[in-house]
Design a protein. Structure first.
Length: 299
């Protein structure tokens, strides 16, 4: 095992439902990358959107991770307790002229591919609730980084629009919260699904503006259905297995989805045995840089 100084990784699920096979692949990739580096692996519950997070789902997710042998190293954190930190970050952006209040509704600008920035120079309708948006045209641009699987990346966030930082209902948006929390937890390596790759430019702008470090990124291929849809809670992806033999089988299939070519006999072994093998053999070089992976049959 090669020890990587101060490696700190994390898995940060939204508790909108139990974990499914796609979640398992993301969690497993993050876990193996941290363990193979001799690093620390954390779990953070991203529950900043309470209406989407049924009571008790966070506990279900933690039980699922433990059932698959994915044990974290420090106390679990919940985003709902981090309101003050997010507000401080937003205040900092406001003081730099990089955040502005926006009263526009999605319906008003639906004819545009991205939000056209109508409130950049003043709120259009002062009697309406506002969201807070990032001035993507004024923040650092372009944003470049090296993805550990997909290689060199270059984006101009201004072509993606002014992302929301705080919603009209006063709930915090993902982009700001994830940047603040990754920095607070000293996360050195972010391993997550490919669907979040194009979120990275906004996060890079926020990191630069807030004086926060930029972690290394590894975006993993997504698990998709036969119809090509991302496996997700929204399209009713089934929850992970609960029976011991099914857990072993799904964990083995997740290793295969990560191109780790585990020996066939490993499929019958307990999660701990499978994970010990996977940590010892973890190889980014074996991962194929495809955006998607097919859902295994009878997963």
């Amino acid at each position: 095992m090669i020890q990587t100084a101060c490696y700190r990784g994390r898995f940060a699920p939204t508790p909108s439902g139990p974990l499914h096979f796609g979640s398992l692949v993301a969690a497993l990739g993050s876990f193996l990358d941290a363990r193979a580096a001799g690093g620390t692996w954390l779990v953070r519950i991203e529950d900043i959107d309470p209406p989407r997070c049924p009571a008790g789902t966070d506990s279900t997710i933690l039980r699922q991770l433990e059932a698959f042998g994915l044990h974290w190293d420090e106390e679990v954190t919940w985003q709902h307790s981090r309101q003050a930190a997010y507000q401080h970050a937003l205040d900092c952006l406001m003081s730099q002229g990089l955040a502005y209040p926006c009263s526009c509704s999605r319906k008003q600008w639906q004819a545009f591919a991205i939000y056209p920035g109508w409130c950049r120079n003043g709120q259009r309708e002062t009697n309406k609730p506002v969201a807070w948006r990032l001035r993507s045209d004024l923040a650092k641009r372009p944003i470049t980084w090296h993805d550990r699987l997909f290689g060199h990346q270059l984006f101009d966030p201004a072509t993606q629009g002014d992302v929301v930082l705080k919603r009209k209902d006063n709930l915090w948006a993902y982009q700001l919260a994830v940047v603040v929390d990754d920095a607070e937890q000293a996360i050195s390596d972010v391993v997550r699904g490919y669907d979040l790759l194009d979120n990275t430019p906004w996060q890079g702008q926020l990191q630069k503006a807030l004086g926060l470090p930029t972690p290394r990124y590894l975006h993993l291929p997504l698990i998709v259905t036969d119809e090509g849809q991302k496996l997700s809670k929204q399209n009713m992806a089934p929850a992970l297995a609960e029976r011991a033999d099914d857990i072993r089988r799904q964990l083995f299939q997740a290793l295969q989805a990560l191109d780790q070519t585990p020996p066939a006999e490993l499929a019958q072994e307990a999660p701990e045995t499978q994970l010990n093998w996977a940590i010892a053999h973890w190889s980014i070089e074996q991962l194929r840089p495809f955006h998607h992976r097919a859902l295994p049959s009878e997963h």
